[in-house]
Design a protein. Structure first.
Ligand code: LIP
Length: 276
């Protein structure tokens, strides 16, 4: 499949600017929400409106392109299968819990895969006007400025990000707490920002040194993965192997050394079902 990635990035950039206004405007006050899989897995009307706006806008330019969107995936059909077709992987509001509370740390996350390879990534927090972009082979950018990871190699000097996740499942929570305890002892610092995509973008920016999470979905990490790698970082499976975007597991780090050190420290967890 041949795709004009430059054109795709331009279209996506304009659409997220437009959709971002919905988020920024609605973040001025706390939002009504509906629970999805449980009482801490949330969706708002803005999540649905933003996803619709992005998909309609992309379809107008690229009618043959496919989509895997967070809100669409929670419907009866479930997560669509990833094929070689150009596929946009979209989280309309990553950090919905933050958005519901008007905590100004939510973003739109958009990735485009062609032949299953991520060609572009865009993470945009319209409230604080933070825009992270990457094109495969062309570097990563923050508000138009080229960015690089920190280069940190040691966990003892690393600022690490992770999340509590969106389930209160006991086995999962036990692993989350165990890992937080380990990071509190071994890392320089630990931060929980409330958005997987923004956590990863902070690694790309060199502001954080690593991010890991069990339980994320493809739409949380598709863009962030490319942005981190184009900033010179690594993205692997938390157990140390190759990153698998459908496995719901991610470990991003400034260096391979740091990634491997963290993978050896982490208690592992295998969230089910996978995204495919
Ligand atoms: C969520 C993230 C949250 C993370 C979850 C999920 P949503 O996305 O914001 O921080 O722990 O795994 O990815 O549901 O807000 O789009």
């Amino acid at each position: 499949h041949n795709v004009d990635v430059e054109k795709c990035l331009e279209v996506a950039s304009n659409l997220v600017s437009e959709a971002g206004r919905l988020i920024a405007r609605n973040n001025e006050q706390r939002q009504d929400f509906v629970c999805k899989s449980n009482d801490i897995d949330l969706v708002t009307q803005t999540d649905k409106d933003v996803e619709q706006l992005l998909m309609d806008g992309i379809r107008r330019h690229f009618p043959e392109h496919k989509f895997i969107g967070e809100e669409e995936s929670s419907g009866a059909e479930g997560v669509k299968k990833l094929t070689d077709e150009p596929t946009w992987i979209i989280d309309p509001v990553d950090g919905t819990m933050n958005f519901v509370h008007a905590f100004p740390h939510s973003c739109i996350s958009v990735g485009l895969k062609v032949n299953k390879v991520t060609e572009l990534g865009l993470v945009y927090n319209p409230i604080l006007e933070q825009r992270f972009t990457a094109r495969r082979g062309h570097g990563a950018f923050y508000n138009g400025r080229r960015i690089h990871v920190s280069g940190q190699k040691e966990l003892g000097k690393a600022l690490v990000t992770s999340e509590f996740g969106t389930t209160r499942d006991e086995a999962k929570m036990k692993v989350v707490h165990e890992n937080f305890e380990k990071m509190a002892k071994k890392a320089h610092g630990l931060r929980v920002l409330g958005s997987a995509a923004l956590n990863m973008s902070m690694v790309a920016l060199g502001a954080a040194d690593a991010n890991y999470e069990f339980g994320i979905h493809a739409w949380d990490v598709c863009a962030g993965d490319l942005i981190v790698r184009e900033a010179g970082g690594v993205v692997i499976d938390p157990a140390g192997g190759e990153f698998d975007i459908m496995s719901r597991r991610v470990l991003a780090a400034a260096t391979p050394e740091l990634a491997q050190e963290i993978s050896k420290v982490l208690t592992q967890f295998n969230p089910l079902p996978r995204d495919d």
